[in-house]
Design a protein around this ligand. Structure first.
Ligand code: PLP
Length: 217
């Protein structure tokens, strides 16, 4: 068995079946994605729109593509027609643009709201108050062509496991609370190569793993 296949199976053995594994293929060649696809992997994540669009056009149509990085409003139109899930939505203007492009395609686009749980100022995401406000607007049908499927977050890049666990558990708490009010909530996206076990232990059901599958970038 090749390394990519081996890594995927190894990760899957360490997580419950209910957790969706997204193979984060950013910067990696199409041939690596094809290798992972041939081992049964179907969820792939990219963080740049142009790279995502190029790869999507060269690969199988049943791949479920995730846009996991920061998304600029003017690029939504390039992915609205095929994207499976947009993870990094952290403001109302972006949500409105996704809604507009989705309606042009006559479809519903699935998104996750990104909440800032890390200490670093460089990480994107909304605060808890804006999350509440956006969900209130959503409830009032402000974005009819958008389906909010849950929440996404990135923990602080620190060796302090206690801190990471606290950040994950805070997001899990928000997710559980809002899940009661929003039955469309299905995904809590948190955890990467370095912290996915901790994320799953704290309630994650969708992990985004790159280097632990495809090797260092
Ligand atoms: C790159 C990236 C990942 C994967 O990171 P690894 O450490 O390589 O697993 C996960 N989530 C986001 C948002 C990323 O940009």
């Amino acid at each position: 068995m090749n390394n990519i296949c081996h890594n995927i199976q190894n990760i899957k053995q360490n997580i419950p079946e209910s957790v969706t594994l997204i193979a984060v293929s950013k910067t990696k060649p199409v041939s690596d994605i094809q290798t992972a696809y041939d081992c049964g992997q179907r969820h792939f994540g990219e963080n740049k729109v142009q790279e995502l669009v190029e790869k999507q056009s060269q690969l199988q149509l049943d791949i479920k593509w995730h846009l996991i990085g920061h998304l600029q409003r003017n690029k939504v139109k390039y992915i609205a027609g095929f994207i499976y899930l947009i993870h990094g939505v952290d403001n109302i203007k972006l949500l409105k643009e996704i809604d507009k492009q989705a309606s042009k395609h006559n479809k519903i686009v699935n998104v996750l709201l990104q909440v800032k749980i890390a200490q670093e100022s460089t990480k994107f995401g909304m605060d808890d108050a804006l999350l509440g406000e956006i969900l209130q607007q959503y409830k009032n049908q402000a974005f009819p062509n958008v389906q909010i499927k849950g929440l996404m977050g990135m923990a602080t890049n620190t060796p302090d496991k206690q801190q990471i666990a606290e950040e994950f558990s805070h997001l899990a708490h928000l997710y559980e609370t809002y899940s009661r009010e929003f039955p469309g909530f299905e995904y809590l996206s948190m955890g990467m190569s370095g912290d996915y076990l901790l994320a799953v232990a704290n309630g994650s059901n969708m992990i985004r793993v790159g280097s632990a599958i495809f090797g260092a970038r």
